[in-house]
Design a binder for this molecule. Structure first.
Ligand code: WTA
Length: 651
């Protein structure tokens, strides 16, 4: 672990914010100072920026660590904070969402209109018997109704569990069953690269013989593809919503009212449902959104390209921007449809001022060249953000130069589903930027980069990122499994949160995030578990054993590479098929297409330690085309030479 990272000790040229940017910034200049002087007081002050039906008097209760309670005796309503209070403040005519569908259809929705829709949906949920604490599963593409479905759940104290629209029927069933969802909201279909994805069919398959807790499925009509309607269970959203009132009073809920469950991959096979609650989450999501994106709600047009099915969509497409009264763009489809200029056309068309996206997207545009973005007027942009994976300095510089016209700040924001909101980032009006570094803990956040014994590492050394003090948006555990939460995140360094990420500190004390140090892969900013894909592979009748590694990929950061041993007993059947393509499709069908392995290699044996553990490190070296390292603990090093030479011949 005490590896040296030389560049952290070198002089790095920084980019200071322009005087105009600094002069126009609404962000107070003393945030860090205030947070350092009185951390809890600082967070209380940020929380008071929200509307509390009942003001809180307590800030943090850590007596049941590691499950925190923030602002515990206060009461609020997340939907009221995102909608009603802006309308009551006279901003009802402000555009909340500029929405553009993939085929080019558009909708403009003001805060007042969005509030009306959410009130109707809240009444509809209540008429279906959904009450506070019930779970509403949402399997939807990027539609305004998706935000409505989310905020309507929040409005009545129900808990939403958004399932990314790329997940398979099995993955939906698993999530619906884990949380005992009572209602599912979906669409008939959605547009993706000109085709229709039949989401309702996938929900039907998920609920076929499972998901017994589901009483109703609400179907939003989008693509007008044929769907089958199960009488008594399935209802068309547009029919039902027309029959309910648009009057609905938002009730107050306790600060610790569960707001949502979001599943994410961990090191073990089963996805974990992280639970987030209301007051602390909304405080940090909105504070970081306005501070790190320098938000000027009257004039900015903000665009977060993340899907609402991931945590970035929750915090920086739904709760952060809406709580701050921002105007934002929401786009339904693929970035390359009908061509690679689509995103830039959207920036030009809507005058996007703040763009928040992932390094994978930036690297894919780097590959296709600057000609594409340069064909559009991108001068409206005044700030760029990056999230989801480490951003290499080249990609950071390209982003700033080509998309940001060499004028604008780029903030690299580090955080996780578990942290709920950004934890490490520059403040664009205050920090001198370093390409490729997330740099500073957010004011009020305390982190420490340590070695395996928990001792702080020296500058220039590779270490592990830990968070030493509780924070408002932290998860309140894994749904229904406190022990697993403690074991996964809080046991390696007792009393401290261990994120699973490697990090280093440079000579100025700035933080650099270096990627996962566990068996979690990060492919295009999507978290995938090696174990989950391995167990999917061994579920296939041909497969005796499987090992999965995250190989380095120039564009997607990492890529899924699988090594499988096939069953001798199935040799006849295997000979009649194309097992590699079968297995790739099998994983895509089982988990979701984003988990499809880039490569599947059929091998005779997997490299194992004498105690029988698969040596993934060696396989990663092979997949990366590196010389294979130390094999002394391997049972039979001939296995590795066979695999390496097979790979060299392109097997
Ligand atoms: C990685 C996404 C480096 C990290 C918000 C983390 C990053 C995982 C960054 C969480 C960043 C996210 N630099 N790595 N700026 N942002 N990561 O839960 O490995 O989908 O642990 O949350 O993404 O992924 P998740």
């Amino acid at each position: 672990m005490s590896d040296k990272i030389d560049y952290l000790l070198e002089d790095i040229e920084t980019i200071t914010p322009s005087p105009e940017f600094v002069a126009a910034s609404p962000v107070p200049t003393d945030l860090d100072e205030r947070a350092k002087a009185d951390r809890l007081g600082f967070w209380a002050e940020q929380a008071r920026d929200l509307h509390w039906h009942t003001p809180f008097t307590q800030v943090l209760d850590w007596s049941d660590a590691p499950i925190a309670k923030w602002f515990d005796d206060g009461e609020l309503n997340a939907s009221y904070n995102c909608l009603d209070r802006h309308v009551l403040a006279g901003n009802g005519d402000r555009v909340a969402i500029h929405w553009e569908g993939e085929p080019g259809d558009t909708r403009t929705i003001t805060y007042a209109e969005l509030l009306g829709e959410v009130k109707r949906a809240a009444n509809l949920y209540e008429s279906l018997g959904v009450t506070a604490g019930d779970v509403v599963a949402i399997y939807m593409p990027m539609l305004p109704e998706t935000i409505v479905a989310i905020l309507a759940a929040a409005r009545i104290g129900a808990v939403h569990s958004v399932i990314f629209g790329g997940f398979s029927a099995d993955s939906i069933r698993q999530r619906v069953e884990d949380a005992n969802a009572k209602l599912v909201v979906t669409t008939d279909g959605s547009f993706r690269r000109g085709k229709v994805l039949p989401l309702k069919d996938t929900v039907d398959a998920a609920l076929d013989g499972g998901g017994a807790s589901v009483e109703h499925v609400l179907v939003v009509q989008r693509a007008k593809n044929d769907v089958s309607i199960t009488e008594g269970r399935d209802l068309w959203w547009h029919d039902e919503i027309a029959q309910v009132s648009d009057e609905h009073v938002a009730k107050a809920f306790p600060a610790e009212q569960p707001l949502f469950i979001l599943y994410t991959s961990g090191t073990t096979g089963k996805p974990k449902g992280l639970l987030h609650t209301t007051g602390g989450y909304l405080t940090q999501a909105s504070f970081t959104h306005r501070t790190l994106f320098d938000l000027q709600p009257e004039t900015d047009v903000y665009w977060c390209t993340a899907d609402v099915g991931w945590v970035t969509g929750h915090s920086y497409l739904v709760y952060g921007p809406l709580a701050n009264g921002a105007t934002q763009l929401m786009y339904e489809g693929a970035h390359d449809f009908p061509d690679l200029g689509r995103w830039f056309e959207l920036i030009q068309k809507y005058g996007v001022t703040i763009l928040y996206t992932a390094p994978t997207a930036i690297r894919s545009y780097m590959k296709t060249g600057r000609k594409i973005p340069e064909a559009y007027d991108l001068t409206s942009i005044r700030l760029l953000g990056s999230v989801g994976e480490p951003i290499n300095p080249e990609a950071w510089e390209w982003y700033r130069e080509v998309i940001g016209g060499n004028r604008v700040p780029v903030v690299d924001t580090w955080w996780q589903t578990e942290t709920g909101a950004v934890m490490i980032s520059a403040i664009p009006s205050q920090t001198s930027l370093k390409p490729g570094a997330a740099q500073k803990p957010v004011p009020g956040i305390v982190v420490s980069v340590v070695d395996e014994q928990g001792n702080r590492v020296d500058p220039g050394e590779m270490g592990l990122l830990t968070i030493t003090e509780p924070w408002p948006a932290m998860a309140r555990g894994i749904y229904g499994d406190r022990e697993r939460y403690v074991e996964t995140y809080w046991s390696q360094f007792p009393g401290r949160y261990f994120a699973g990420d490697g990090a280093g500190v440079d000579k100025d004390g700035d933080l650099w995030l270096l990627g996962r140090v566990d068996d979690v892969m990060n492919v295009s900013g999507h978290r995938l578990s090696t174990m989950e894909i391995e167990s999917s592979l061994v579920d296939h009748p041909f497969v005796a054993e499987a090992a999965v590694v995250g190989a380095t990929d120039e564009t997607t950061g990492q890529a899924v590479v699988a090594f499988v041993v096939l069953k001798q007993s199935q040799a006849d059947k295997i000979a009649a098929t194309d097992p590699v393509s079968d297995l790739r499709s099998h994983v895509a069908k089982d988990i979701g297409s984003f988990a499809r392995p880039r490569e599947v290699h059929i091998v005779d044996e997997l490299p194992k330690t004498r105690s029988g553990k698969i040596m993934r490190r060696l396989l990663r070296d092979v997949a990366d085309g590196k010389a294979v390292g130390d094999t002394t603990t391997l049972t039979d090093s001939a296995v590795m030479s066979a695999i390496s030479s097979g790979m060299a011949q392109g097997s």
